[in-house]
Design a protein around this ligand. Structure first.
Ligand SMILES: *Cc1c(COP(=O)(O)O)cnc(C)c1O
Length: 364
């Protein structure tokens, strides 16, 4: 059964990527297309609990064609980054929050909970083994992807009795090639992301699967990202396909839609709220309607808006489009408040500023 201090067996890859080839990849890794030599794996069965924890060579996994995940999408994931601090140490940002959210997602998807210490240890061990994969490109980090899926071969609809938990790492550059340009958003008037009682607050692959057609619609209309409205009234701004959203007002206050089941509780969202409040800014977690957004942008009451998440950290929103027309936010580029609190967060993540909230978790 699960033990409090998991020990991961280490099976080093017999065929790691050659040093010269790795150096080439790390100079320009892009996002999510380069992977390190190893992965973490832990198995679960109802009979044995969590067992067989190991760090092993990254390779394809073989699945029975009847594996439940392939049919009923019982799958969850997390996303966090390891940064290199000024003294060269690698450090994760708030990994305990990811561990807790992983288990909240597991609960919603009727999956077994993974002991938080197993989650944290799997990442620490894997990062240590693959530490030479830290990107050399400016602004680079290790994007860490823990995930769990139903592996039982059975076509009946029920929670699987077997699961695989894995962690892979992708060395990444900046999400956007030249800093963060302002993105354009398409308001989906037809599709919604999450409904009350649904899986909107869980980080599950299914939420992304159902957002893709809306994202494709956004692209068709020349927009970078889709922004979803609530399912009941099609009126309240919720979030992007994979990022939370903030509004910044002329009076200096900030607002973000409240959690409550249909919005993913972002760790970046939570961190930015804390940093803004540390500065003495007012942050409201209150619903904001699309009509109000349009009106406030036109009157100048709203001066900035941004999206946030681990992958891109903070992305200014420049333009919002829908079949009813389009409107610009402020000057259509990154605003002052957005840039300032983004910098505050990035400085803490990279160890360039003090860490008053104990968010930085060093991997020695
Ligand atoms: C992961 C995710 C976010 C951002 O969460 P962070 O913890 O800040 O990375 C926001 N929305 C959705 C739908 C997500 O899946």
């Amino acid at each position: 059964m699960a033990s409090a201090t998991p020990s991961f067996a280490l099976e080093r890859s017999a065929q790691p990527v050659a040093v010269a080839e790795r150096a080439k990849l790390l100079a320009d890794p892009g996002f999510g297309r380069v992977f390190t030599d190893h992965m973490a794996v832990v198995r679960y069965s109802d009979a044995k609990g969590w067992h067989d924890a190991k760090i092993t060579a990254r390779k394809p996994i073989s699945l029975d064609p009847a594996a439940a995940v392939l049919h009923y999408a019982q799958e969850i994931f997390e996303g966090l980054k390891a940064y290199r601090l000024a003294d060269g140490t690698l450090a994760m940002f708030r990994p305990d929050a990811n561990a807790r959210r992983f288990n909240a997602s597991a609960e919603r998807l009727a999956m077994p909970k993974l002991p938080e210490e197993t989650f944290l240890e799997s990442i620490r061990q894997l990062v240590r083994v693959d530490r030479d994969w830290f990107p050399t490109v400016e602004g680079g980090s290790l994007y860490i992807r823990p995930f769990m899926f139903a592996s039982e071969a059975f076509l009946g609809v029920k929670p699987s009795s077997e699961y695989l938990y894995l962690v892979i790492i992708s060395p990444v550059g900046g999400y956007f090639k030249s800093g963060a340009p302002a993105v354009s958003l398409w308001i989906s008037q037809h599709y919604t992301r999450a409904a009350p009682g649904g899986t909107g607050a869980a980080k599950c692959g299914g939420n992304y699967a159902s957002s893709l057609v809306a994202q494709a619609e956004a692209s068709k209309h020349g927009c970078d990202q889709v922004v979803f409205l609530d399912a009941a009234e099609h009126r309240w701004v919720e979030e992007l396909g994979g990022m939370n959203v903030f509004f910044v007002f002329k009076d200096g206050s900030l607002q973000t839609p409240p959690l409550g089941g249909t919005i993913l509780p972002g760790i970046t969202r939570n961190s930015l709220m804390t940093l803004a409040r540390d500065e003495g800014l007012t942050v409201r977690e209150e619903p904001y309607s699309i009509d109000q957004w349009r009106a406030d942008a036109a009157s100048g009451k709203l001066t900035e808006a941004f999206a946030c998440g681990t992958a891109a950290v903070v992305t200014p929103i420049g333009t919002v489009k829908s079949p009813d027309g389009e409107f610009k936010i402020g000057a259509g580029g990154p605003g002052q408040t957005t840039s300032r609190i983004k910098q505050k967060l990035v400085d803490i993540q990279r160890g360039a500023a003090p860490d008053p909230h104990g968010w930085v978790s060093r991997i020695d």
